[in-house]
Design a protein around this ligand. Structure first.
Ligand SMILES: NC(=O)c1ccc[n+]([C@@H]2O[C@H](COP(=O)([O-])OP(=O)(O)OC[C@H]3O[C@@H](n4cnc5c(N)ncnc54)[C@H](O)[C@@H]3O)[C@@H](O)[C@H]2O)c1
Length: 498
């Protein structure tokens, strides 16, 4: 007969935190959000510590290189998705690893023989007013000159004339060699009164552009997550099908950490793949998942997982629970797995961090996940709302929205799932839709971080481990949930009384 496990499957929404005594030195400024990303032995610390406890979901609609760059600059980590060719995923890893603050890869490029009309169109599309003129019209072609919106006017100059007729040739453009540092480049921008300094390699190929406008950019991100060579860190998703080819390529490209991505990580496929990865690439940490209980945690930890991802069916676009009847409330899953992680540490002396993936509907749910024992969280819907996410930004009557679709949906065309044996999917485990647009990632995340710090201070903790060790939670009734919401008529809905 089937076994019914004790306890109800509960979600984050069913809990609230109780305030603990807050000491005078427990302030938001004192809160340190560092948290371990990968397995470590007792008495040591994790070889990679996140500076803020956020990772982005391994999804096409979420983790582009732009999003991974923005998230790492804010102390978290992006996981580039694997639902495409190995070469394409490698290219994205390289893009993040090559990112240098203040050095931008040119996105507005033309060939000298292109028309001014085309130049105008390219500038209108990117919204940038400086274009690189390269031999092949690409971002890394041989640099032949620069042309800005000040060099031509659509009414004054023949739109069919070639770009070469209005560009400043490279012989007249101040430029730097690839070994230039950001401070040297900035010094030249100011001393030579330049707006833009192109950086070229020894063969004259364009590498980057440095703009005066980005001068202060780097100073905005004191908590960047960087490797020993000061390059941003990046993660990459892998699967249990082509890992023998994909893992080596991603390691070679410089991925800092890998993670198996599956709706069901409690499988021999994943244990086998983890053992293979740990045998061939012991120096590269790799996570496993997703799972929702202590037995499955132990299974993956024993197979070598450096962290374990928790969550089945809780994602905003996920319909696994509807379709397969499989899943568990995210709060119950995290509590159970955290207890298993702690017993595993007591027995083996090894701490294997856990990640709460999905089921976070409000900012405060991040605090609840950490309080319940998660070391960090992974979010999809949350990050899909920002400028840096790959989904298109679409205007609606209620404001802008961004596209967001699940890896189990038809749209994702996830080839792993095409093993269902037909041309298309027999059933979907994810939906395709929209989320409200939320602007720039750094600004949105700053608000979430501010709330998390405030919650931790109310709970008397300035570090994540202390918060986990001392948090007190209570289950809430429907009635007390009602009580928690504002019960006055909001000014924004009625306007100010005159
Ligand atoms: N977290 C969630 O709740 C959730 C739910 C649904 C989908 N998803 C996402 O959807 C995507 C696809 O997940 P998935 O679980 O369908 O992919 P998967 O590759 O893990 O599993 C697909 C199928 O292939 C089988 N399989 C795995 N390795 C195999 C191998 N080497 N040889 C033969 N068969 C093998 C599995 O048992 C399963 O039947 C992922 O991005 C996943 O994160 C997540």
């Amino acid at each position: 007969m089937a076994q019914i496990i004790a306890g109800v499957s509960r979600t984050f929404n069913e809990y609230l935190l109780l305030p603990n005594r807050t000491a005078l030195d427990c302030s938001v400024a004192a809160v340190d959000l560092r948290t371990p990303l990968v397995r470590y032995a007792a008495g040591q610390s994790s070889t990679i510590e996140l500076r803020t406890p956020f990772t982005s979901a391994i999804m096409q609609a979420v983790s582009s290189p732009e999003l991974a760059i923005a998230l790492a600059r804010n102390g978290g980590l992006g996981f580039l998705h694997h639902n495409r060719s190995i070469d394409e995923q490698v290219e994205d890893v390289v893009t993040v690893k090559n990112f240098k603050a203040g050095f931008v890869v040119s996105d507005t490029n033309v060939r000298p023989e292109d028309s001014l009309r085309r130049l105008n169109e390219v500038m209108a599309r990117t919204g940038h007013s400086t274009a690189a003129v390269t031999e092949n019209g690409g971002a890394t072609g041989r640099l032949l000159g620069l042309v800005t919106s000040r060099d031509f006017h659509p009414q004054r100059h023949d739109p069919d004339a070639p770009v070469s007729s209005r560009m400043r040739p490279i012989t007249e453009v101040a430029h730097a060699t690839a070994d230039v540092t950001l401070s040297e480049a900035n010094a030249r921008l100011w001393e030579e009164r330049l707006d833009c300094l192109p950086v070229v390699d020894e063969l004259g190929r364009l590498r980057h552009l440095v703009f005066r406008a980005d001068y202060t950019d780097n100073k905005r991100f004191p908590a960047q997550l960087v490797d020993d060579a000061k390059r941003l860190r990046v993660g990459a998703g892998v699967n249990t099908h082509d890992y023998r080819e994909r893992v080596p390529a991603l390691v070679e490209a410089g991925a800092d950490v890998l993670c198996f991505d599956s709706s069901d990580g409690y499988s021999d496929w994943q244990a086998e793949a983890l053992r293979w990865a740990k045998k061939h690439y012991p120096e590269v940490p790799i996570g496993g998942g997703n799972i929702v209980d202590g037995d499955a945690f132990r299974f993956l930890a024993e197979a070598g997982a450096d962290f374990v991802k928790v969550g089945v069916g809780g994602g905003a676009i996920c319909i696994t629970r509807d379709q397969k009847g499989i899943g568990r409330g995210q709060a119950s899953a995290v509590l159970d797995v955290a207890a298993a992680r702690d017993s595993y540490r007591e027995e083996t002396g090894e701490y294997v961090p856990i990640c709460s993936d999905g089921g976070l509907a409000h900012d405060y749910h991040v605090a609840l996940a950490l309080a319940m024992g998660a070391d960090f969280v992974m979010m999809g819907r949350y990050f899909a709302r920002f400028d840096q996410a790959p989904g298109a930004k679409v205007p609606t009557r209620e404001g802008f929205v961004k596209e967001y679709w699940g890896e189990g949906s038809n749209r994702a065309r996830n080839w792993q799932r095409y093993g269902q044996g037909t041309q298309g999917l027999l059933f979907e485990e994810g939906v395709d839709g929209f989320v409200p647009y939320a602007g720039d990632l750094s600004e949105g995340l700053a608000t979430t971080i501010a709330k998390l710090r405030a919650t931790m201070v109310s709970c008397g903790a300035t570090t994540v481990p202390r918060f986990q060790a001392t948090a007190r939670l209570t289950l809430v009734s429907d009635q007390s949930l009602q009580e928690g919401h504002a019960t006055v008529t909001l000014r924004e809905t009625t306007g100010s009384p005159s």
